[in-house]
Design a protein around this ligand. Sequence first.
Ligand SMILES: Nc1ncnc2c1ncn2[C@@H]1O[C@H](COP(=O)(O)OP(=O)(O)O)[C@@H](O)[C@H]1O
Ligand SMILES: [Mg+2]
Length: 534
Amino acid sequence: MQSGQPIIILKENVERNYGKEAQRSNIAAAKAIAGAVKSTLGPRGMDKMLVDSTGDIVITNDGATILGEIAVQHPGAKMVIEVARTQDDEVGDGTTTAVVIVGALMEQAEVMLEQGIHPTVIAQGYRMGMEKSLEIVNGLSLKVEPTDRKTLFKIVDTSITGKSIESVKTKLDGIIVDAVMAVAEKTNGKINVNDDDVMIKKQKGKAMDDAELIRGIVIDKKRISEGMPKKVTKAKIALIATPLEITKTQVKAKIKITSAEQINAFSEQERNTLKKLADAIIASGANVLLCQKGIADPVQFYLAKNGIFAIEDIPESDMKYAARSLHANIVNKPDTLTAKDLGSADLVEEDTEGNITRISGCKNPKSITILLRGSSDYLLDELERAVNDGTRVVMDAMEDGTYVVGGGAVETELLMKIRDYASTVGGRVQLAIEAYASAFESIPRTLAENSGYNPIDKLVELKNAHSKGKKNAGLNVYNGKIVDMLTEGVLEPLRSKRQSIQSASETAIMLIRVDDMMVTQSKSPGPSGAPAAF
Ligand SMILES: Nc1ncnc2c1ncn2[C@@H]1O[C@H](COP(=O)(O)OP(=O)(O)O)[C@@H](O)[C@H]1O
Ligand SMILES: [Mg+2]
């Protein structure tokens, strides 16, 4: 029975896009997101300056960071950003690559849709292309031993180039490889690395070149009182999570107590309570105290009198790291502290120059701190991002024992091999596989473009080299020559390439299959309601 009246099933505030319009909208969104990060790809890529609504500035070349900072509303754009996030979570590098590939896959899909190829055919071709690519890229991979410092060094170097930290790259490469090698564990013949074992600390002031690898813990605070020793050997370290003070003291908090008389400023009752806190620490046999909260002046005074080195207001993450490194227990009630809770280290020492304390010779040899230095917060943050990327790629390569060559070599090989494969398939799906192959052109093309070379010429040269069997031929972005990337030492973990192929393809496939988008609008669009403009 038809009444002739349309049946309304969606609420008024649902915006609906369907058919070609939905597809076009997702394609435009994916292209826009890829366009936003494209210019950062490769060692000669540019940086982006991002300013948030509070005026905070981030200057970076890191794809995941850029996409994490910009606010987008389009659901398709959000999915593309998700690709970068997944890549960052799983691998730690290759985020721009993954996003550029999704953009290219969607661009290719646009052409096919215009030619009237059905989305399910495109999706099928893309899936076949993806499976073939993963197979090919495995075949191109090379083996690396976890002790092969030279190769691991090059893998880190490739991942941290292009950030504004070029001058200290070689030094950082060494620090990163040594740090990861020191924390790597072999269980049942398999290498495992826990990235929580490597602590990264930043200190503003000195030059970038003063970055250091410290076998131990660094706490970026000084001892709280000059009366305490600056250096403690054979340290017995107490970790307390609660404040060592009376919350409602009548005495002004900021009196510095240096003599016994000044203690009299506190009431007798307060003095007793505070002395008990100090006594509990002293009784445990500790000669170092790390406190997550504040330490009242009288407590400081008693601790200093007993030769105890104490630091207050230590962040929780540092406390946890210290507990693990020192094999210590974090205690809440000082009066329950016993010798068993203490951690031990060979040396606790305040750094004469910086406001930092180093704890070395820890019980757990897997406590490694990378101390970064630089003149500004922006620089330190970018250094930290580089070290994070670098640490992750060595971990990936060590755990899997595999790597591939970079510089667009793998992508060129893929695009040629997949085209060959497409011709064995036939039918309309062949066109989709060919289009899938073409999407890989985006990587060598963008690398060439960002380095100031003609992308078409470089692509032709690359294809020529590969058709002559030069599997490792890639673009030297500094002189424009097509060279062997293995000899050049431009290396990346296999995991990174596999992940970028997989997540880019899967997202493109998902987006192509969408032909109906129903977006429920919130009643009052806030300031974030505006779509991002690139
Ligand atoms: N020295 C180099 N010569 C040529 N290509 C390089 C070099 N170093 C890195 N690359 C290439 O740059 C790309 C990675 O660029 P990058 O900006 O780090 O983006 P991503 O976020 O994808 O890691 C990879 O294709 C890599 O092979
Ligand atoms: Mg990178």
